[in-house]
Structures are given as structure tokens and as C-alpha cells.
Design a protein around this ligand. Sequence first.
Ligand code: ATP
Ligand code: TZP
Ligand code: MG
Ligand code: MG
Length: 263
Amino acid sequence: MTYLSKVREQNPLIHNITNIVVTNFTANGLLALGASPFMADSQEEVADVAQMAASVVLNIGTLNEQVIRSMILAGQSANVHGTPVVLDPVGAGATSYRTEIVQKLVGAISLTALRGNVAEVANVAGEQWAIKGVDAGAGDGDAVGLAQKAARKLGCIVIVTGKEDIITDGVTTYIAANGHPILTKVTGTGCLLSAVTGAFLAVGSDSPLEAVAEAISFYGVAAEIAEERTRGQGPGSFQIEFLNQLSLVTPDIYQKRSLIKKV
Ligand code: ATP
Ligand code: TZP
Ligand code: MG
Ligand code: MG
């Protein structure tokens, strides 16, 4: 059975503390997938919500001091209850504030998975990465080596996304090649992917790395099909069809189209 089927059968509750740009898209994407989103960021309730959730997804896209405190409370509650925690370090390294806060989060919370672009992951792991141009994924460095090193250093699964996605626990590494560049024209597609990763981890405690690999590859397949069905219509139509495909792609379609390999 695929982890995709398990998500749809188990309808896991996903606690999201995320940014104000992507909150609605993330909730709709999780619903389309078959998970149950709960967006809650009040300090007064986040520990309780994390306790009842099947996974917790933290996203630093639009930071403030209150939300940071809430992330620590939620993350620590999840840790106490053995619940997976995903961190999306949006913009880590872009400002010294984000760099500092990410280190604070990584120090206070035990992560199950970290998902970001190559520059963000390099910043979280304290590694150098030469950014060329505006594309965070550009550069000539060894992204696979960087992801593996980050996973070992942080002690969690690391997912580096871009044209190709790298999924590693520092020992075993997958490369997923599905997806489409139009994903870069819709804000929040990275953030939603982090939440989808949380949903697959919620049902994948038997083999978390394989659950995450399937999440990343499935997401790329859904995007490819959505692009095919809306070709020439632009990112608005793609965004809507992408939500449709998160709900419509079956395990069978996924397995036929998935381009994931162990390296
Ligand atoms: P960034 O801020 O660098 O855009 P992000 O958080 O939005 O980062 P992405 O790396 O864009 O995250 O990943 C989001 C999704 O978009 C993933 O499924 C990834 O595979 C896909 N993606 C990103 N760039 C490309 C590309 N050039 N071709 C195909 N798929 C891509
Ligand atoms: N600004 C702050 S958070 C955010 C923007 C535009 C959303 C980023 O989403 P993603 O998934 O990294 O593209
Ligand atoms: Mg992107
Ligand atoms: Mg992002």
C-alpha cells in the first residue's frame, strides 16, 4: 500500500504554524490531498493542538516574536508526544534575523524533516552555498553532498527542492525528478509541499524516509498533470488544477509516472 492511500484513509490532522501568504492555499492543498489541516498559532493553544495532531509543520515565512514563541511551544509539545515535526525555513539567510531565529528553533526543537531550497538548507546547516542570480537553486555546488551533510549535522531528514528534489537522511538518498517550472510561478508551492511532507510523515512512522520520498515525488506528478491540463492558460488556472490533482492522482497514476531513484 502506498503512503498516499494511507493519508487518504487516515485523514491525519496536520497542525500548521505558517505564514500569512500561504495559509489558505496550504489548508486547501492539505484538504485536497485527504489530510485535515488545523491552522493555529496562539501561544495559549499551540501545545494542545500539537498534542492532538498527527504532525506539526512550522514555517518561518512571516515571522514575529509571538509566532516564534508559538513554534517553540508547538514543536516541544510534538517532541514530548513523539509527533513528527517539519520545518520550512523560508528565507533563512536572507536576513540576519531569520538566520538567528532558525538556529533558535533548531536548538529548541528536535526536527523530523527540514524542507527548503538549497540556499535555505545550507544556511540552516551553517554551510556555505554560492548563490548565483536570483534563483536560490542556482549554483555549481554539490547539492546532494550538501543535503547529506545537513541531514547528518541536524539529525533529521533533509529535503532540498528545486528542478530536482533531493531527499536524504544522511545515509540513504533519493532524487525525485517530477515537477514543472510553473510551480515557481505560484507562491506557496514550497510551503504547501512542506505541509504535504508532514501529512505523509503522519502516516509513515514505519519508514519515514520512504514516506517523505513518496510525498515529494507524488507532488511533482500532480504538478505535471495539472500543467498538462492547463497548458497555455497561465499560473492561475494551473494553481486551481494543481489542487484538483492533489485529490485526483491515484496511487496507480502516481506509480506509473513517478521518477524517483535511490542514488
Ligand atoms: P524557492 O523560494 O527557491 O522557490 P520554494 O520553497 O518555493 O523555494 P521550491 O524549491 O520552489 O520551493 O519547490 C517547490 C516545488 O517546486 C517542488 O515540488 C519542486 O520540485 C518544484 N520546482 C521548483 N523549481 C522547479 C523547476 N525548475 N522545475 C521543476 N520543478 C520545480
Ligand atoms: N513572502 C514571505 S513568505 C512567502 C512570501 C512570498 C511565501 C513563500 O512561499 P514559497 O512556498 O517558498 O514559494
Ligand atoms: Mg518555489
Ligand atoms: Mg519556500
